[in-house]
Design a protein around this ligand. Structure first.
Ligand code: FES
Length: 99
């Protein structure tokens, strides 16, 4: 897995977010996609094939960073900076209508 370049030598986190219910350290300036890359198994699965996917382009083009962020499905994680206490859930397959 990846390590944040924002961690610094002490690895002291600026905040904590919840990823699939687990408290996870995060840093100011980091995106949801950045967090997803650091947490094993936190990526999404393809709505078409069910294959595992992880954030790729980091600029809003590939949609491989879709996640449920604070209850909002199909959020492009690479476009959303983390906030303290943010709830991030892996999105499995297609999103449900009304979710
Ligand atoms: S990582 Fe490609 S759209 Fe977010």
């Amino acid at each position: 897995m990846f390590r944040s370049v924002l961690e610094g030598p002490t690895a002291q986190a600026d905040m904590t977010v919840l990823v699939n219910g687990a408290e996870t350290p995060a840093w100011d300036g980091e995106t949801v996609a950045g967090v997803l890359l650091r947490v094993p198994g936190a990526g999404r699965t393809s709505a078409v094939t069910g294959e595992p996917r992880l954030p790729y382009c980091q600029m809003g083009v590939c949609f491989d960073c879709l996640a449920i962020v604070d209850g909002v499905a199909s959020t492009q994680g690479c476009l959303v900076p983390v906030k303290p206490g943010m709830r991030i859930e892996s999105q499995q397959g297609a999103r449900e209508i009304g979710r």
